[in-house]
Ligand binder design. Structure first.
Ligand code: CDP
Length: 783
C-alpha cells in the first residue's frame, strides 16, 4: 500500500491501530446474541415452503402442546392489533409482518412461536400446521410485466409494475445514437446477490418495569428504527430505547426492519417477558434484503475516433414480493443516474422499471450507494465492448472520454454535480504501478501461443454521502447526520455519533478526527454509537455515508469546541480572543509562540477556571451536506483462463483509489481488501438463484459461496488524493468503492482473455462452467 503514514500522532493520515480490535480479537465483542436477560423467551418463525399460495388455515394446536411453547401468533392476530403491515423504508409500499391470506415468496414469515428455549421454539414452529393452496408463480420480472398473474391485489394499482423512473434527454440520446459512427448495445444482468454478513440479524425486546421498550438489535440505523417502531406500534418514541451493540457486518442487509423484530416486540408485550429472536443463516439468505437484480440494456454511441456521443440505458428491476428497496424516497432507483460514470457523455438517458415477483423482497444498498454498483458495472462493461468494436485500446477509449480535471465541479447529464476528481492521474499511476506496457507484451506473446490472458479495467466514479436534505430523506426524515463531543477536565473526551459501525473502525477514525481538530490523544477519545438514549439523532451507517456526513459533523462539532476553548485560552493567556491563534495543535498568542496553552490545559480550566466564559467544553453539530462526494478509482485485473477447463486465475489485481483526504490509511486499506474480496465473490461465485417455480436454490453456504483465503487473490493497492472541496476535511467515502468498482474489472479481464475467440459478454457469476461453455461454443462456431 502506498498511502503514506504521517508521523504526527494526532493527525489525520496516521496508521493508528484500530482501538476496537483488542476487544474483538479477544472474543470480548458484545453482539445481540450475547445478550441474555432474566426470564427471556425465544422466538422462531414459521416460513412458507411455497413461493405463492393461499393460506387456507393455520392450526397451532400441536405447536402449543410442545413443552416450553408459550404462544403462537399469526398474521391475523397482528392485523387485529393493527400491526399487520410495515411501511417499507421509502414509504412507497407496505409489507406483511406475517402473511395474511396468502404468501408471496418462499420462506415468507407466516407465524411466530415463543418458547422457553430456542430449541422448543424451533420445534413449535415445525409443529404449526399451515394448509396452503399453491398459486401460479411469477419467477422473473419479464413474466411479471405481462400482468397475467397479479401478485399484489392489496394495492390500488392492479399491476405488477411498481414504478417507472427516468432521467436525462430521451429524444436527444436517441438522435445522437442514430447519428453515431459506432453504436453498441448490450443486455447486462447484475445478478441477484446477497450481502451475507457473518452475523445474521437478530434482536432482544423487553419492556422494563416502567413499561419502556428496550430493544437490542442488529441495526445499521438505530434512530430510524426507533422512529419506525413508533410509527408501526404507536409506542411513543420517548418510551423506546434502541441499542445496537457490536455488529458483525451489515453491508446494507441490516438497514430494513424485519418481521422477526416486530414479532419479538409483540411477544414481549403479550407475554410480559423479554424475547430474543436470532435468525439462522438460511433465514438470512432467503428472506432478508438481497441486492442488485437489475437487467440493463445499455447503448453507447461514439465517433469513429472513439469520442462518446450518447448513452442510453433501460433497466428492468426485480424487486420481489414487496417494494422494500432501501432507497431514499425521491430516488426509487437510487443513484442509478451515476451511469455516465467517469466520462463526459454529451447526452444521456436512463430509465428503470421495477416489478413485483414471487421472490424475497429487498434491493438494498449492498456496500454501495443505492444502485451505484449496477450503474458502474454497466458503463464499465459497455466501455470495453465499445473499445473492442472500435478496435481501440480500452485504456485509450477511457482517456479520450474522461471528465477532465479542469471540468470540476462537473454537472453530469443525469443530474449530479461531481465535486472533484483527477481521473487521468489515478489511471496513469495505476498503469505505471502494474507495468501495463510489460503486461501488453506478455499478452501478445501468450496470444501467439494460443494462451488466454486478459487485462481488465474499471475506471469508476461513485456518488456517495446521502445526503443533502433538499433531496434525500427516508420515511420523510432528512438525511443529515450528527455528532456530540464532550471534553473532560483532564483532556480525554467522548464523541457520540448517529452512525453505527459494523466493522468499519469508527471507534478509531472518529477519535482521530477529534484528535486532529483539538490536538488531543485519540487513544483517550471514546467513541459511542448505536444507543438512541445517548447519541444525537442520525440516519446511520450504510451507503458509505458515514465519513462524508457524520465525519463532517464530527469535524464541525470539534471546531465548535475549539471556538469555545479559544475564549478560555484567551482568559488563561491574558489576551483578547482576537490575539489567540490555533497553531501546531495548541493556542498561541499571535506572534509569540512561547506564550501558549494546550487543549488539555484549556480543558482543565474549562472546569476549574473558565474566567468570564461558560464553564464546560462541549460541542454538537447536525451536518446537512451541501453535496454528495464522488470517490473514484482505477482498478486493473490480470487473469489467465485455462482453455481446457474454463478455470479463471486472477493473477494480479491493483486498486488505485481516490477517496480525498485519508483519515486512517490502514483502515482504508482494510476496507479496500474486504470490498475487493466481496467483489471477487460476486464476479465469480455468488448468485441467489430461483428456479422456474420460485424455489430459492442458495439457502446456505454450501450453495451460496463465500471466498476463503484459498480462492481470494492477493490485492495490490495505491491511492491518489483529490480532496472534496465541500467536506470540512476534504474526505470522501471509501468503504464501498472496491465492491462498486471491482466486478467490472474482473469481468472485463475475463472477456479480454476470451476476446480472440469472439466472446463479447458473459453475465456474472463467471463460473468455470460458463467460461468453458463460452469457449466451446466460440470454438465450434469457428470450425
Ligand atoms: O459509512 P461507512 O463507515 O461504511 O463508510 P466510509 O465512510 O467509507 O468509512 C469506512 C471507514 O474508512 C471509516 O472508518 C472511515 O473513517 C475510513 N475512511 C478514512 O479513513 N478515510 C476516508 N477518506 C474515508 C473513509
Amino acid at each position: 500500500m502506498s498511502i503514506e503514514a504521517t508521523p504526527r500522532t494526532h493527525a489525520l493520515g496516521h496508521r493508528m491501530k484500530r482501538k476496537e480490535d483488542p476487544r474483538f480479537l479477544q472474543g470480548k465483542g458484545n453482539y445481540v446474541d450475547d445478550i441474555s436477560l432474566p426470564g427471556m423467551l425465544h422466538a422462531a418463525l414459521v416460513r412458507s415452503p411455497y413461493p405463492h399460495a393461499t393460506i387456507k388455515n393455520i392450526d397451532i394446536s400441536e405447536a402449543m402442546k410442545i413443552p416450553g411453547v408459550k404462544a403462537v401468533i399469526t398474521g391475523k392476530d397482528l392485523e387485529a392489533a393493527g400491526l399487520g403491515w410495515l411501511p417499507t423504508f421509502h414509504g412507497l409500499d407496505k409489507q406483511m409482518v406475517l402473511a395474511i391470506g396468502k404468501v408471496l415468496f418462499q420462506y415468507q414469515e407466516v407465524a411466530a412461536v415463543f418458547a422457553e428455549t430456542r430449541a422448543a421454539a424451533a420445534d413449535g414452529a415445525e409443529a404449526v400446521q399451515v394448509d396452503y393452496e399453491p398459486l401460479p408463480v411469477v419467477a422473473d420480472p419479464f413474466t411479471a410485466k405481462k400482468d397475467e398473474i397479479l401478485l399484489r391485489p392489496d394495492r390500488e394499482q392492479k399491476t405488477n409494475h411498481i414504478y417507472h423512473w427516468e432521467v436525462g434527454d430521451r429524444a436527444g440520446a436517441e438522435r445522437a445514437l442514430e447519428r453515431s459512427a459506432k453504436r453498441i448495445r448490450q443486455r447486462i444482468w447484475f445478478q441477484r446477490c446477497h450481502p451475507a454478513p457473518l452475523e445474521p440479524c437478530g434482536c432482544v425486546a423487553q419492556f422494563d418495569t416502567m413499561g419502556r421498550l428496550q430493544f437490542y438489535v442488529t441495526s445499521q440505523a438505530p434512530h430510524v428504527y426507533r422512529t419506525a417502531l413508533t410509527i408501526v406500534t404507536g409506542i411513543p418514541e420517548d418510551r423506546i430505547h434502541v441499542i445496537s451493540p457490536d455488529i458483525g457486518g451489515g453491508f446494507g442487509n441490516k438497514v430494513p426492519v424485519y418481521s422477526g423484530y416486530v414479532c419479538a416486540v409483540v411477544g414481549a408485550l403479550k407475554l410480559g417477558r423479554p424475547v430474543k429472536w436470532i435468525e439462522t443463516r438460511t433465514e438470512n439468505l432467503t428472506s432478508t434484503g438481497f441486492a442488485r437484480d437489475y437487467h440493463m440494456d445499455i447503448e453507447l454511441g461514439a465517433e469513429a475516433d472513439g469520442r462518446l456521443t450518447a448513452l442510453r440505458v433501460s433497466t428492468v428491476a426485480d424487486h420481489g414480493a414487496f417494494d422494500a428497496a432501501a432507497d431514499p424516497t425521491k430516488y426509487p432507483a437510487g443513484m442509478f443516474g451515476i451511469v455516465t460514470g467517469s466520462y463526459d457523455v454529451p447526452v444521456a438517458h436512463a430509465e428503470v422499471d421495477a416489478y413485483f415477483t414471487n421472490k424475497a423482497p429487498g434491493g438494498i444498498a449492498y456496500r454501495c450507494s443505492f444502485r451505484v454498483t449496477e450503474a458502474s458495472y454497466a458503463i464499465e462493461r459497455a466501455m470495453d465492448i465499445l473499445a473492442d468494436e472500435l478496435g481501440i485500446d480500452a485504456v485509450e477509449l477511457r482517456r479520450k472520454n474522461f471528465i477532465r480535471k479542469d471540468q470540476f465541479p462537473y454537472p453530469s447529464r443525469l443530474g449530479f454535480t461531481y465535486d472533484s476528481g483527477d481521473y487521468q492521474k489515478t489511471l496513469e499511476l495505476a498503469l505505471q504501478t502494474i507495468g501495463y506496457d510489460d503486461l501488453l507484451t506478455e499478452q501478445r506473446e501468450k496470444r501467439a501461443r494460443g494462451e488466454l490472458m486478459g487485462i481488465g479495467f474499471s475506471t469508476f466514479t461513485e456518488v456517495v454521502g446521502a445526503g443533502p436534505s433538499k433531496h434525500f430523506d427516508i420515511l420523510g426524515i432528512k438525511m443529515f447526520d450528527s455528532a456530540e463531543i464532550r471534553i473532560h477536565p483532564t483532556g480525554s473526551g467522548i464523541v457520540r455519533a448517529g452512525t453505527k459501525s459494523q466493522g468499519q473502525g469508527h471507534e478509531t477514525t472518529w477519535a482521530q478526527i477529534v484528535a486532529e481538530e483539538l490536538g488531543l490523544d485519540p487513544q483517550n477519545i471514546m467513541v459511542e454509537e448505536g444507543d438512541t438514549d445517548t447519541a444525537p439523532y442520525g440516519l446511520g451507517t450504510y451507503a458509505s455515508r458515514s465519513t462524508p456526513v457524520a465525519g463532517a459533523a464530527i469535524a464541525t462539532a470539534a471546531r465548535r469546541v475549539r471556538e469555545k476553548a479559544r475564549k478560555i485560552a484567551a482568559h488563561l493567556l491574558e489576551v483578547g480572543e482576537a490575539d489567540v491563534e490555533w497553531k501546531d495543535y495548541k493556542f498561541q498568542v499571535k506572534g509569540v509562540p512561547a506564550k501558549s496553552v494546550t487543549m488539555k490545559e484549556v480543558a482543565f480550566a474549562a472546569y476549574t477556571n473558565p474566567g468570564p466564559n461558560e464553564p464546560g467544553l462541549e460541542g454538537t453539530n447536525y451536518y446537512d451536506p451541501p453535496n454528495m462526494t464522488f470517490p473514484n478509482g482505477t482498478y486493473i485485473a490480470v487473469v489467465d483462463v485455462d482453455r481446457e477447463t474454463g478455470e479463471v486465475k486472477v493473477r494480479r489485481f491493483l486498486a488505485v483509489d481516490d477517496c480525498g483526504t485519508v483519515i486512517n490509511p490502514m483502515i482504508v486499506e482494510g476496507q479496500i481488501h474486504g470490498g475487493l474480496t466481496e467483489g471477487f465473490a460476486i464476479a465469480f461465485m455468488q448468485e441467489i438463484q430461483y428456479d422456474r417455480d420460485g424455489n430459492n436454490l442458495n439457502t446456505n453456504f454450501t450453495d451460496y459461496l463465500l471466498p476463503t483465503s484459498l480462492e481470494t487473490p492477493h490485492w495490490e493497492t495505491a491511492n491518489t488524493v483529490t480532496p472534496s472541496p465541500h467536506h470540512p476535511l476534504g474526505a470522501k467515502a471509501v468503504g464501498e468503492s472496491p465492491n462498486v468498482g471491482s466486478p467490472a474489472a474482473f469481468v472485463n479481464a475475463v472477456i479480454d482473455a476470451l476476446s480472440p475467440l469472439g466472446v463479447r459478454h458473459i453475465d456474472m457469476p463467471i463460473t468455470r462452467d460458463k467460461v468453458w461453455r463460452a469457449i466451446q461454443s466460440a470454438q465450434s462456431a469457428t470450425v
